[in-house]
Design a protein around this ligand. Structure first.
Ligand SMILES: [Zn+2]
Length: 170
């Protein structure tokens, strides 16, 4: 699937909850999850939200491969909600498949807990720190139409957007 890039207006839209009790929709979501994982891998992303391929549903996938055992793995969370976000914050460079080649430092909670559902419609909870906590916050933002540059202070945001347009001009 093709990944939408800024300034595609669909990246600003708030996505709809998945109807967990609708079999037809859940079957579509299972297929979507497979496609999202393939696309995330192809693009070397750490996470991918459904809206980034133009589907306005509250679903994202993330890579949780085990580097040490060389075991690749990816997981989807449907209708994710952040149930805990630490007051402790960290700043690190962040990028997004929808902003190719742009990186900027974003402040996020160091730790989060996310609740949601898997493709079988069963409740799941995921705890994450540091990089993965950043991925969770970034992807869940996408479901509300928020991209990482919106977290930058005004001047840094202007600079990042200017850099982005320069990178992709012509
Ligand atoms: Zn992104």
């Amino acid at each position: 699937m093709a990944v939408l890039t800024h300034p595609d207006p669909r990246l600003s839209q708030k996505c709809d909850e998945v109807q967990l009790d609708c079999e037809t929709e859940m079957a579509e979501i299972s297929q979507l999850v497979e496609d999202l994982i393939v696309t995330m891998r192809k693009e070397n992303g750490a996470g991918l939200a459904a809206i980034q391929v133009g589907i306005p549903k509250r679903v994202f996938v993330y890579d949780n491969s085990d580097v040490e055992s060389d075991q690749t793995s990816a997981t989807a969370i449907i209708n994710p909600v952040i149930t805990f976000a630490s007051e402790e914050l960290t700043e690190d460079d962040e990028g997004c498949l929808s902003f190719p080649a742009l990186y900027a430092p974003v402040t996020r909670s160091q730790k989060v807990v996310v609740s949601g559902y898997n493709q079988a419609g069963e409740p799941v909870t995921a705890e994450a720190e540091d990089f993965l906590a950043r991925v969770f916050q970034h992807e869940i933002d996408h479901l509300d139409g928020i991209t990482f540059v919106m977290h930058l202070p005004d001047e840094a945001k202007m600079q990042a957007l200017r850099e982005y347009f320069d990178l992709h001009a012509g």
